[in-house]
Design a binder for this molecule. Structure first.
Ligand code: NDP
Ligand code: MG
Length: 334
């Protein structure tokens, strides 16, 4: 299946001329997309609750943040960049009352629309521009003159202008410089959840932890285990990023490449793949979304407890200690 990829020639900023765009939430994606859009000539206002570090950051960046409700009232285009589990409540109390016919709602992840947690009125546009990278990269690549690739999707085209607005927005955040791929809310949501659970956040951290534990349980020093199973992941992934698996295999020793071929399939087995298929099913049938929302919307007690426990894993403790001596890595301790 070949997908449509939009580049700079496919979108102009003119559909956003004379419009007010509200970015609701000044967090990871909010601070990045809002600044990029403003630098691209869009009239951007910020809806951000008072009192937090993000409020202060928006002020520092030269915005005059207002409440979500006020921003939604003033704007023609409303972009919701709040955590997924918070969006429904803020949408119902602050945004829905101001959704006049012809306005546009923008998401950066299809979760709430696809799982029908939020069902907007039929007379508004509903679109998605989802940068395929964390907020700080969306901003830093833009400042360097580039952009982060993004996905765009049209869920509802009430005005006949939804695609033009989406392309203008994608251009404004820098996405057209790197290529914007057209997709659907369904495909974006399901593949994004699957990727972060099975490979990126879930799979990779479980792999690193299991490798680290295997070495320390066999009596090797934690410091050595940290370097071999955690620190060097970045060096390998950078090679993937630049030239795929082939470039990694070209770059490492023959010893490492041989070990890769014979051992990799013993670690990630047919059983692992079977489990991945189950994970995908639970994403597709809404079971994951339900479990996630139930936990987070009832206070997130288990979620916080799990987070606290993971923070004290020996891998984390030794890592915090070692990173203090690695001044060049710009360590970020939470
Ligand atoms: P963040 O967690 O960084 O967003 C935090 C923002 O939401 C802050 O402005 C925060 O305000 C506000 N907020 C949190 N809770 C509430 C609340 N109860 N009421 C009102 N405001 C609240 O979100 P992200 O930027 O990570 O995610 C935003 C969207 O972008 C999501 O849909 C996500 O899936 C998507 N996305 C995120 C990516 C990423 O890299 N993070 C990548 C691609 C898509 P305060 O500071 O006051 O708490
Ligand atoms: Mg993702």
């Amino acid at each position: 299946m070949s997908l449509k990829v939009y580049t700079m020639k496919d979108g102009s900023m003119s559909p956003l001329k004379g419009k007010t765009l509200a970015v609701i939430g000044y967090g990871s994606q909010g601070h990045a997309q809002a600044q990029n859009l403003r630098d691209s000539g869009v009239k951007v206002i910020i809806g951000q609750r008072k009192g937090s570090a993000n409020y202060k950051l928006a002020v520092k960046h030269g915005f005059k943040p207002v409440s979500a409700a006020e921003a939604a009232a003033q704007a023609d285009i409303i972009q919701i960049l709040l955590p997924d589990e918070v969006q429904k409540a803020v949408y119902e109390s602050d945004i829905l009352p101001h959704l006049k016919a012809g306005k546009t709602l923008i998401w950066s992840h299809g979760f709430n629309i696809h799982f029908k947690n939020i069902v907007p009125p039929k007379d508004v546009n509903v679109i998605m521009i989802a940068p395929k990278g964390p907020g700080h990269l969306v901003r830093s690549e833009f400042v360097k003159g580039g952009g982060v690739p993004c996905l765009i999707a049209i869920h509802q085209d009430a005005t006949g202008k939804a695609r033009d607005i989406a392309l203008a927005h994608a251009r404004g955040v820098g996405g057209l410089k790197a290529g914007a791929i057209e997709t659907t809310f369904k495909d974006e949501t399901e593949t994004d959840l699957f990727g972060e659970q099975s490979v990126l956040c879930g799979g990779l951290s479980a792999l690193v932890k299991a490798g680290f534990e295997t070495l320390i349980e066999a009596g090797y020093p934690e410091e050595l285990a940290y370097f071999e199973c955690m620190h060097e992941v970045k060096l390998i992934v950078d090679l993937f990023y630049q030239g795929g698996l082939s470039y990694m295999r070209y770059s490492v020793s023959n010893t490492a490449e041989f070990g890769d071929m014979v051992t990799g399939p013993r670690i990630i087995t047919a059983k692992t793949k079977l489990e991945m298929k189950k994970v995908l099913k639970e994403i597709q049938n809404g079971k994951f979304a339900k479990t996630f929302l139930t936990e987070l919307q009832s206070g997130g007690k288990n979620f916080r407890a799990w987070e606290a426990k993971e923070k004290n894993h020996p891998l984390e403790v030794v890592g915090r200690k070692l990173r203090k001596n690695m001044k060049w890595i710009d360590s970020k301790e939470v």
